[in-house]
Design a protein around this ligand. Sequence first.
Ligand SMILES: C[S@@+](CC[C@H](N)C(=O)[O-])C[C@H]1O[C@@H](n2cnc3c(N)ncnc32)[C@H](O)[C@@H]1O
Length: 221
Amino acid sequence: MALSRRLNQIDRMVTKHYSHIWDCCCDHGLLGMKLLERSAADALHFVDMVEPLMCELEAQLKKYAAPTDNWQVHCLDVAHLPIAQTPAEDSHLVIIAGVGGDLMIELVTKILANNPSRVIEFLLCPVYQQYKLRLALIKLGLNLEAEYLLRDNKQFYEIIHVTVNNDPARSEQLSPVGSLMWDFSQPEHRDYRLRMIEHYRRMQNNNPKAAEVVKQYRELK
Ligand SMILES: C[S@@+](CC[C@H](N)C(=O)[O-])C[C@H]1O[C@@H](n2cnc3c(N)ncnc32)[C@H](O)[C@@H]1O
């Protein structure tokens, strides 16, 4: 099945080889299958909590994956990824896409709390609450590797690649309103910024913090 623009862009942002890639909240596993096909990791893990979906996906993979492909299907809550059961030196990329920012905050927080000594990278593409997610990632001490803004099917998506990074010298600071992703020569980017300003302007009466968010979007160059 063809990947959406959004999933294709997430695939393009996987530029390194990892010991483990976790395609979390994977649904039908389209993104993970693409990554498996191009051997982006030693082991590709498909994770979702809906059992019938995971049984169907497992059957598909048994039928179509190459015999040399290393994959596993996990029917579980993403908060409980079995990262601790892997060798300490292994590298991990955790991809979470297609769920809200609130849930993402909960999942990333739990994964980090369960694996305090691991260096884990996250590739995140929330459907809502991008600003709130970014604030939480900053609070968790994660650093920016890359970010991308795109429009797919009339909806805008921010894709945020962050990492646990012990080396501040080679890390980029994450901004609550985005930094590297903006290219204001593109009309779509100007449009997205205006939408965000409008969204937080409407919230100002009920939420005093919204004025500060509006200011931050306005100050973007
Ligand atoms: C809309 S699909 C996203 C599919 C794909 N990642 C994408 O971006 O197109 C959301 C999936 O998240 C799964 N999900 C939601 N919360 C979860 C959790 N805590 N643990 C595992 N799966 C979860 C749901 O079962 C559903 O299949």
